[in-house]
Design a protein around this ligand. Structure first.
Ligand code: FMN
Length: 748
């Protein structure tokens, strides 16, 4: 099968009746998915028959056919479930399951990934856990809550949780005496093996040696697009977000169930087959309510222009053409920020649906690898003789998009599907140990992933943003068998960007539907301790993307549709954005501009210099009722802006008094030599206070780090200073109450 002989060494887990585990994840950017993969491998070594899948790929009734279920989920949006759990979550919340105890034979545990700078920290995991318990399920191990704000990120909580879970599994679910766990130095069989097809078939149609593929035929492309549209529409109903009010109300009630640290004890009676429970869970009521929505076959697919090169069959995508790619920061500025625009061609259904969401959308773009990187990897691994031969995939991991026949080439997979320049995860490094014959390399790789060596791992990988390709360059003795690529390499994920335009960007001319989408992207370019400057995969891809390039892109409506109607547009907006975080704020401002009588907007915009990164500077004054307070952290502090905006000139004296009060509250640090958004919020407390009294929408967008917490603190101070709350504690409660304010945070 390969030159390394690894297939013979692979140790198959034993099949033990009634010993199975499902690891189900909900993940937006892959962190939870990676942890789920690692947990599944651990379970296999303990001879559990293991399934790992996104929650939406799993039937509810199968929860009862599995001995143990481990859920791993991140939280997204404002305390929301990730997109790939929405179907599962919707099924689980069906009213008819209430009071049925239908999950009483389920044994589960859950690990949540979150960021404590968000108000609804780890809410997805908490909500899911609360519902599972409500339906009678039992926890076999304590829940864990990872926090990106910790020093070593999520790992600070996850690693001890993982080690303890392993011990618990061994103790509470002992193996028969004749079977031992598969040791870490033995290799497991691949989950996604690749078979080399006969040499007669060498060379896939259109594949070239530089890692590109020629354009698929129009027919192929048409078929592909009609298929993806069908799926898109089929999911649109299921994925339709609830309104913010509905969600908040529900979450509020659900979270009355607390999240204790102690273990729920296992039920003595292990009721495996409960026909009533199975029946309840299996009867899915999705898609029943509006069957006419799901008759797609009858619709004739729209005829599209000639097919773009290398477009992957990604579900739910629209065809887009790049029409703008401008650098908006000066050439001598440290950061290359791009304003990109895409023209999307839509069918009427998508057009009508998107029309409801134009002010709060996220664009997903799938970058590709550069041929030079692909070539280097092929050379390093010694895959030259196999790279361009046809291979068949037996199973396809989630996120790898290839045609239905599953026949492709290794080079195609490397160019389009596998992220060979990602920062290597611990699980990747751990697997490499099996593929080097050099004992020193093996020792070094093991050192990097040993418990207790998190700092070393971090210093070698995350801190310098070292890529997988660079790691393989360093460990020159590693030879990964080509048949393992799908098991080892992470898939290229779609990168998400907040759309920065709203309002009138949908057009219909002669039944052709177009949607102009703009994004503002700060290219990720690092100067790290490894001297070579490096770029994020997507940044590099976008930087060199030529006008006219065709792309397959996805649009995700935000769960918080902030401007769905006039009533919402009339509410005031307090927006705090730093850097490119101003993108979704601009979209909302433009969207609000479409309504007569939209409320006042106060925008605090944080950046470095007026002349370098004050994005859309010339535009702001053209929006009615928008007042901007820019905070230039590296410029001399400027006098108050002269503005003609018609915002609430609250009593001047009021403002002066408050400014004085702020000075007393923050005698040293306040405004000493700093000029950040939180300082301006306090400085203009009177105006902020006026808006806070009117049930505003508050947006906090931009870099994570300390900004969101500092901004929240500043808002709490305003509530106290303006006498809306007696103290900070009361202010916390006030800000947490969704009837006072809609708080929307998007930080990264
Ligand atoms: C747009 C966005 C919204 C988020 N919202 C929340 C949130 O409401 N609560 C929370 O605890 N964490 C939140 N997070 C943090 C993520 O849960 C965290 O980054 C996690 O590691 C992502 O894992 P994933 O890649 O599996 O999705 C948010 C992150 C982003 C980028």
């Amino acid at each position: 099968m390969d030159g390394f002989g690894e297939s013979e060494r692979a140790v198959q887990p034993a099949v033990i009746e009634g010993r199975s585990m499902a690891v189900l994840y909900g993940s937006e950017t892959g962190n939870a998915e990676d942890i789920a993969g690692e947990l599944a491998k651990t379970a296999e070594r303990l001879h559990f028959q293991t399934t790992v899948d996104e929650m939406d790929g799993f039937k509810l009734a199968d929860l009862l056919r599995t001995s143990l279920v481990v859920f791993v989920t991140s939280t997204t949006g404002q305390g929301d479930m990730p997109k790939n759990t929405l179907k599962f979550w919707k099924n689980l919340r069906r009213e008819k399951l209430n009071n049925t105890n239908c999950l009483r034979s389920l044994r589960f545990t859950i690990f949540g990934l979150g960021d404590s700078s968000y108000q609804k920290f780890n809410w997805a995991a908490r909500k899911l856990r609360a519902r599972l318990l409500q339906l009678g399920a039992t926890e076999f191990f304590r829940p864990g809550e990872g926090d990106e704000r910790h020093d070593n990120g999520v790992d600070s909580i996850y690693l001890p949780w993982y080690e303890e879970l392993k011990k618990t599994l061994l103790v509470d679910y002992p193996l028969p005496p004749s079977i031992s766990p598969i040791p870490d130095d033995a290799i497991l069989p691949p989950k996604y093996p690749i078979e080399l097809l006969s040499t007669m078939d060498t060379g896939i149609a259109g594949a070239t040696h530089d890692g590109t593929v020629s354009a698929p035929s129009l027919i192929d492309d048409e078929r592909r697009f009609s298929a993806t549209r069908t799926m898109s529409a089929a999911r649109s109903h299921v994925d339709q977000p609830q309104s913010a009010a509905e969600r908040t109300q529900e979450d509020w009630i659900r979270l009355q169930t607390t999240f204790p640290g102690d273990l729920a004890r296992r039920d003595a009676a292990y009721e495996r087959d409960d026909p009533r429970a199975f029946d309840l869970l299996d009867k899915n009521n999705q898609l029943k309510d509006h069957p006419e929505k799901y008759h797609f076959e009858k619709q004739s697919p729209q005829i599209l222009d000639s097919p773009p090169q290398g477009l992957l069959p990604i579900p739910d995508t629209y065809r887009a053409t790049l029409i703008r790619n401008d650098r908006v920061t000066p050439p001598d500025h440290w950061q290359d920020v791009r304003h990109l625009a895409l023209d999307l061609e839509l069918d009427e259904r998508a057009y009508r649906r998107l029309a409801e969401f134009t002010g709060s959308l996220t664009l997903v773009i799938w970058p590709k690898n550069y041929p030079e990187d692909v070539n280097e990897l092929i050379r390093l691994m010694g895959w030259e003789s196999q790279a361009d031969r046809l291979v068949r995939l037996f199973a396809v991991p989630r996120g790898v998009y290839i045609d239905d026949d599953r026949v492709t080439t290794l080079r195609f997979l490397l160019a389009h599907n596998l992220d060979i320049t990602a920062v290597p995860k611990r699980s990747f490094i751990r697997e490499l140990v099996h593929f080097t014959k050099d004992p020193r390399e093996r020792e070094r790789l093991l050192e990097l992933v040993e418990p207790g060596n998190e700092q070393e791992y971090y210093d070698y990988t995350c801190r310098p943003r070292r890529t997988i390709l660079e790691l393989l360059r360093d460990f020159a003795g590693v030879r990964i068998p080509f048949s393992r690529v799908l098991d080892l390499f992470p898939v290229i994920r779609g990168r998400e960007f907040s759309v920065c335009n709203g309002g009138g960007s949908l057009t219909e001319v002669n039944h052709k539907f177009h949607f102009k989408i703009e994004i503002l992207v700060a290219l990720v370019e690092y100067k790290t301790i490894i001297r070579k400057p490096r770029q994020g995969l997507c940044s590099r891809y976008l930087k060199h993307l030529a006008l006219g390039t065709k792309l397959g892109v996805r649009l995700k409506p935000s769960s918080a549709n902030l401007v769905p109607n006039l009533a919402a547009a009339k509410r005031p907006l307090i927006a705090i954005g730093t850097g490119t975080g101003v993108a979704p704020i601009r979209a909302v401002i433009q969207e609000r501009g479409c309504f007569d009588g939209a409320g006042d907007t106060l925008l605090f915009f944080g950046c470095r210099n007026r002349d370098a990164d004050y994005h859309f500077a010339r535009e702001w004054s053209s929006y009615p009722n928008v007042k901007v307070y820019p905070a230039f952290s590296r410029d001399k502090i400027e006098p108050d802006p002269k503005t003609t905006a018609t915002i609430m000139p609250s009593s001047k004296t009021d403002g002066t008094l408050l400014a004085a009060a702020v000075e007393t509250l923050y005698p040293v640090q306040y405004d000493a030599h700093k000029n950040y958004v939180q300082h301006l919020i306090r400085k203009y407390a009177a105006e902020v206070g006026v808006l806070l009294r009117q049930q505003p929408i508050v947006m906090i967008c931009g870099n994570a780090g300390r900004m969101p917490t500092s901004v929240r603190n500043a808002l709490l101070d305003v509530l106290v200073l303006t006498k809306m709350c007696v103290d900070k504690e009361a202010a916390e409660k006030w800000l947490g109450n969704p009837t006072n304010v809609t708080l929307w945070q998007e930080t990264w």
